[in-house]
Design a binder for this molecule. Structure first.
Ligand code: GDP
Length: 524
């Protein structure tokens, strides 16, 4: 058990669309020796021929809703890479995945630096205290100055950025990286299509062969920069990385396999094995706790076109999971047998016989699970991992067919409970139409789709104008607050007061009008 826990790493890659998350994932699989899997990730992009209604929605939007947990071996490590849906399917799921990981790799495009979605995902990681590693990708393209990128990391994210390696050139002249710990330069060779490991030449900067391979201008600049780094006197503090105070920074090009292995090795060395989680009674549940326990962090409906079922993704926190084991579903108090546990890869499923802390199992077919629910052999354990995130899209939803109203209500209530989206109620509401909030607009389409497919209820959406949400200090009463134009007060499903704003400007105005009232993008 101890050995299985020690060799595991569970993480997610966070990035803005197009920064290179998919490419880096493929390269990790390539280096993990799972070449056939590397192909499958690509295949997923073209895998649009299946004829399910669900995939039809995917097809129509050209996006992938079915996200996956990839598991692979690398140098004796068992790695779980959890996918964070990006692009237009950015949603609560993207955030929720971050509750199930122990670390994150943030991928930046060297030409662009920190972008909008990276920032949002970073904030969630930091809030949870998740260690963050940074990969500055696409160094083979016109890139911003490394120092400028590091400065932006520190300024925008308020985190120390520690370059573990340093790029040797940029754009066409990008030849490799200099490793700050070993003081060795790694020169890579491009291989056709980046299809296999890049041959590598290692030597000190003074090595004539290294000097020869770099153009004189690059060589001179690199020497100056390296001297400056050495002179800066900062030392690497592994504890600060674990406490998310410092992000180790690696440069490279995922497409060309440059720097990928150094990133993976550095990540494995400095990230932690599966971490404990807090039970609601205050106890810390360590991975080696004798009883199996885990929590549901994501529910996916109708992934398999053959069966209209649901998959509840469970992150194992403690103990050993075995197929057919009897567990308690803590929220309902019911005992159940987990016979239908699967490893899920794209649309393929493989039965799981056993799993250890850090692993993810997909429980197929059981209904009645909600996001955040605990499954355990020891009914005293109860996790509180229900993550809330400030919605950026709001919509009213109603039933256009009075005869379907009951089905509509039941369906909506169940989807709200499942956590597909969030429900709000305006303070002093003038209409009874349910108001929904979500992190991305796709979520509303999913709600409509599932209402129709699973409950036979049509629905109609009407967009609402708010785009910024903040939770309000719970000691403040709604009646005390001034709500200027462009702002409404509301309660979430747990009766917590929030302010909905039509723009960041409206939020600022609200804050000015209500000086001293604390606001937060996550519930207090
Ligand atoms: P994702 O949206 O973050 O998953 O990004 P992808 O991995 O799909 O990459 C977006 C685009 O950038 C694709 O066309 C990739 O081939 C390209 N790309 C990814 N990494 C690199 C790189 O290191 N160098 C260059 N030149 N292109 C890259």
């Amino acid at each position: 058990m101890a050995a299985e826990v020690a060799r595991r790493r569970s993480f997610a890659i966070v990035s803005h669309p197009d920064a290179g998350k998919t490419t880096l994932t493929e390269k990790f699989l390539l280096y993990g020796g799972a070449v056939h899997l590397a192909g499958s990730v690509k295949a997923r992009r073209n895998q649009r021929s299946t004829t399910s209604d669900w995939l039809e929605l995917e097809q129509k939007r050209g996006i992938s809703i079915s996200s996956t947990v990839l598991q692979f071996e690398y140098n004796g490590h068992r790695i779980n890479l959890l996918d964070t849906p990006g692009h237009q399917d950015f949603s609560e799921d993207t955030y929720r995945v971050l509750t199930a990981v122990d670390a994150a790799i943030m991928v930046l495009d060297a030409g662009k630096g920190i972008e909008d979605q990276t920032l949002k995902l970073f904030e969630v990681c930091r809030h949870r205290g998740v260690p963050i590693f940074t990969f500055i990708n696409k160094m083979d393209r016109p890139a911003r100055e490394p120092l400028d990128l590091l400065d932006e990391l520190e300024r925008v994210l308020s985190i120390n950025a520690y370059p573990v390696n340093w790029p040797l050139g940029a754009g066409k002249e990008f030849k490799g990286v200099w490793d700050r710990h070993t003081k060795m330069a790694h020169l890579f060779e491009r291989v056709p299509g980046g299809a296999y490991r890049s041959p590598e030449f290692t030597g000190s900067l003074a090595d004539p062969l290294i000097r020869e391979k770099l153009d004189p201008q690059t060589y001179e600049t690199v020497c100056e920069e390296v001297e400056m780094l050495e002179g800066a006197g900062t030392t690497f503090n592994a504890e600060d990385v674990l406490h998310a105070k410092t992000t180790p920074v690696y440069f490279g090009s995922a497409l060309n396999n440059f720097g990928v292995e150094l990133l993976l090795d550095g990540f494995l060395e400095h990230s932690t094995p599966p971490t404990p989680r807090q039970s609601m009674d205050g106890a810390t549940i360590e991975p080696h706790h004798p009883s199996f326990s885990g929590f549901v962090f994501k529910i996916q409906a109708n992934m398999d076109p053959q069966h209209r079922d649901r998959v509840a993704f469970v992150r194992v926190v403690s103990g050993k999971f075995e197929r057919n084991m009897a567990v308690t579903h803590v929220q309902s108090g019911k005992k159940m047998r987990l016979s239908n546990a699967n490893k899920i890869f794209g649309s393929d499923r493989e039965t799981v016989e056993e799993a250890y802390p850090g692993d993810v199992v997909g429980i197929v077919g059981k209904s009645g699970f909600s996001i955040g629910d605990t499954l355990t052999e020891d009914a005293a354990i109860r996790y509180d991992e229900i993550p809330y995130f400030a919605p950026e899209c709001f919509s009213y939803i109603e039933s256009p067919e009075p005869v379907q109203f009951k089905r509509f209500r039941t369906g909506l209530e169940q989807l709200l409970q499942e956590g597909v989206m969030q429900g709000y109620e305006l303070v002093n509401a003038t209409r009874a139409t349910p108001l929904l909030g979500a992190a991305g607009p796709l979520q509303f389409e999913i709600v409509q789709y599932r209402l129709k497919a699973e409950y036979g209820a049509d629905s109609r959406l009407e967009a609402a104008p708010w785009t910024v949400t903040r939770w309000i200090d719970p000691t403040v009463e709604a009646a005390r607050l001034k709500a200027p134009h462009g702002v409404r007060l509301a309660h979430d499903r747990l009766q917590r007061l929030v302010v909905l704003c039509e723009s960041p400007w409206a939020l600022r105005y609200f804050a000015e009008q209500n000086e001293g009232v604390q606001l937060s993008s996550l519930p207090f």
